[in-house]
Design a protein. Sequence first.
Length: 309
Amino acid sequence: MNILLLGANGQVGWQLRRSLAVVGNVTALHRGSTPLCGDLARPAELAQTIRALRPDVIVNAAAYTAVDKAQAEPEAAFAINALACEVLARESNAIGAWLVHYSSDYVFNGSGERAWAETDATGPVNEYGRGKLEGERAIVLGNPRHLVLRCSWVFDTWGQNFLKSILRAAAQRESLNVVADQWGAPTRAALIADVTAHVIGQLQVSRAGIYHLAAAGFTNWHAYAQLAIEEAIACGVTLVTAPQRVNAIGSAHYPVAAPRPGNSRLDTTKLRTTFGVALPPWQDGVRAVVAELAAGDRRNVESGQKNVN
């Protein structure tokens, strides 16, 4: 199986380099790739790349992910998150390839407390969500051989994310204020990548569609932050903030450019039953990433000490 991976330098893309290598021959491209184009902002060149490579599967992990910036630059965000998907769908369909694409919990309006099912009505509350929803629609309409995986609260050791930001802040400040009225499932990029590799091995047209992919359980940002800090301290990381000094606040007291959905819980029943996937609790991913980050910090310190000595 020949696989074209787009967005290979992102959080999910970086993990997909590893997981997809088990199921096929991977051409991993990112925005700065040359001479082959992996830039969703250059659709004509991207189309030429797809025609030249003629992959069996295209995995699109590229996106415009700066949610607040998208509110100020809606055209730029829409071009990457929606218009580029039309090109991917058209070109992949023309060569008979499967298209695997990642979407977001932000396609929903965030109301209620029930986990969202794939059949629920969408209603994004910000520009990022609107672009992701239109990207989904373009793919579903443009290529019958598609998998759209909606994910939530992605994090890992690689790239920028909430968990790493919290640990940086906790190393510098005595207390933190974190939103406690937005709910979802922190999901490690490595889990997303491993599940993707698993489902690619079971591709058939009868299973095409939209699926929700998130770790099991749910929490809010405040409890998530407390667990991350607690685990970091247990791993020997020196922090200024203790878990009990993480203050719970409402979204109204943390203004941002782009409104966030209050309820980002995703029902993963369809994915689990269709592909036989077991999804671990969200806490497992947080603990694993914190431990890996702590181990990396220790190695850096030890390396520095050796250099000094």
